[in-house]
Design a protein around this ligand. Structure first.
Ligand code: GLU
Length: 511
């Protein structure tokens, strides 16, 4: 069996959409499972669509996701250069080969000529295609003496090079996901292979590079399926062995209607990009999974299940498991509806799988930023460990530890207005003063002891538990949230607990 070599070949025309990351991921899983190689190739021959910053964005996204390349990363490898703009001479050589074989021809039609033709056809209710029906009536080397087209080229007349699609043949193709497909060559047009600026189009560069880089399997998005017949014909024209092809289903909008777009993300409030992207032209900022707080492993996991399933009920996977289980034959043919609601569930699951120690390491930098000072030392680490143990089960993102537990670190300055209205009655300040006295007398400041003493006092007083506990919670947390109140008190310590109660009495009594 030949060596397995796959490639991910993005064009730096903008940020990498999550669909692009999924293509890279499926290539990666396929290669790793089979002991093959994965190559990164930058397809940047379309200078008009080049977006500054896109190439580094793509590379950073792939690195963040954990998709590692065997070749092409930093341009290294035996089959380079891995950037098409650095391979211009190579394409020149191969286009000449096609011309010499009579498989491609020079076309001198100006944009105006072409527009005129299109209009003529339209007026006759037809659609113009540059193909076997029309090429004889156009300005190209097929309809001229060699002297003439050579002279035109010498005179610097602009031209493109078109592929001569063979007349009336049936092109029979096989796709690893879709099975057998067949197309009549008459339905295809003579695609431009070389533009007037001397740069190849996607089709030529892509085929030449896949061949020279010895790619065994082309795994790419469904939007390239219509190009497959042309690619088959190009391999045939060169007399090269073809790689195998697999076209991945589109990622559809949550409604299932149409392709998932960046606009959907903005409208519905979920990221469609791995990393945040700032559009330099419009200034618009698009959310990224990384910045929203997703772990790369959660992102990889949720992407893997868009259009693929393992055939079991299992939904949570590590990259290693995906490498073992991935199978192209379990990739769906039809478009995969994206479920933005479920993304958080994946993240929640992956956070639950992390140890408290790992989470402490991830949370400390956030804490440092929030507090505005350096958090150092064993004590804060131990304390934070307890905070995370208490909050982990309900947390989805690392940032939730701050959102749900800031009160463990800072005294509340504000109190939730609704709760104050409902829970802080005229007799509450008096009660809180008594509570403070009860707490002051507690010798061992531990949750159990605090609970016992307070309960005893409440029972003796014959009042409802909530009448006391809710205002205490409000004083310590600032809202009616957080874990067990006695545990919170133990964590805060006696002094801080009493301070917060006193502060609440002072701040809330003159409402
Ligand atoms: N440069 C193409 C893209 O951006 C690659 C298509 C292919 O994989 O053949 O999608």
């Amino acid at each position: 069996m030949k060596n397995i070599r796959v490639r991910f070949a993005p064009s730096p025309t903008g940020p990498l959409h999550m669909g692009g990351v999924r293509t890279a991921l499926f290539n990666y899983l396929f290669a790793k499972q089979k002991g093959g190689k994965i190559i990164l190739r930058i397809e940047d021959t379309d200078q008009t669509r080049y977006a500054p910053g896109a190439e580094s964005y793509i590379k950073e996204s792939l690195t963040w996701t954990g998709i590692d390349f065997d070749e092409g990363k930093n341009g290294k490898g035996d089959f380079g250069p891995y950037k098409q703009s650095e391979r211009k001479e190579i394409y020149q050589k191969y286009i000449r080969e096609l011309i010499d074989k009579g498989k491609a021809y020079y076309a001198f039609d100006t944009p105006e000529d072409l527009e005129k033709k299109r209009k003529e056809y339209e007026a006759a209710g037809k659609h113009f295609m540059y193909n076997q029906e029309t090429r004889h009536e156009m300005v190209n080397s097929l309809n001229m003496d060699e002297d003439e087209w050579k002279k035109r080229i010498e005179n610097g007349e602009p031209y493109v090079i078109r592929f001569k699609i063979p007349d009336n043949v049936e092109i029979k193709m096989t796709d690893l996901i879709r099975g057998d497909i067949s197309v009549q060559s008459g339905t295809l047009d003579d695609k431009v292979l070389m533009k007037s600026d001397g740069l190849p189009t996607y089709h030529l560069a892509n085929i030449v590079d896949d061949h020279l880089m010895q790619i065994s399997h082309v795994i790419r998005g469904e939007e390239w399926l219509p190009s497959l017949p042309l690619h088959y014909l190009l391999y045939e024209a060169f007399g090269w062995e073809r790689p195998e092809f697999a076209h991945l289903p589109l990622i559809l909008k949550p409604t299932g209607k149409g392709k998932l777009s960046k606009r959907d993300g903005v409208k519905m409030g979920f990221p469609v990009f791995p990393l945040e992207w700032k559009d330099k032209k419009t200034g618009e900022i698009y959310a990224g999974y990384r910045e929203e707080g997703y772990f790369p492993e959660s992102f990889v996991n949720l992407l893997a299940l868009v259009g693929w399933n393992p055939g079991t009920e299992q939904e949570i996977f590590t990259m290693e498991e995906l490498i073992k289980l991935f199978d192209l034959s379990r990739v769906n043919k039809s478009g995969a509806k994206f479920d933005p609601e479920k993304t958080k569930w994946f993240q929640h699951q992956h956070l639950q799988r992390k140890s408290v120690d790992e989470l402490v390491e991830l949370f400390l930098p956030i804490l440092k930023k929030k507090l505005g000072y350096i958090v150092q030392g064993k004590a804060i680490r131990e304390y934070t460990k307890k905070v995370i143990e208490l909050l982990k089960e309900r947390a989805t993102f690392v940032k939730d530890f701050w959102e749900q537990g800031a009160f463990f670190y800072v005294t509340p300055e504000e109190y939730d207005a609704k709760t104050v209205k409902k829970q802080w009655k005229t007799d509450t300040p008096e009660l809180m003063k008594e509570v403070a006295n009860v707490l002051k007398d507690i010798k061992t400041w531990e949750a159990a002891a605090i609970k016992e003493n307070l309960s005893l006092w409440i029972n003796r007083k014959g009042i409802g538990f909530g009448k006391v506990m809710q205002p205490i919670r409000l004083s310590l947390v600032g809202a009616l949230k957080g874990p067990d109140l006695f545990v919170i008190m133990e964590m805060l310590g006696k002094k801080e607990t009493l301070n917060r109660i006193e502060k609440a009495i002072n701040k809330l009594q003159n409402r």
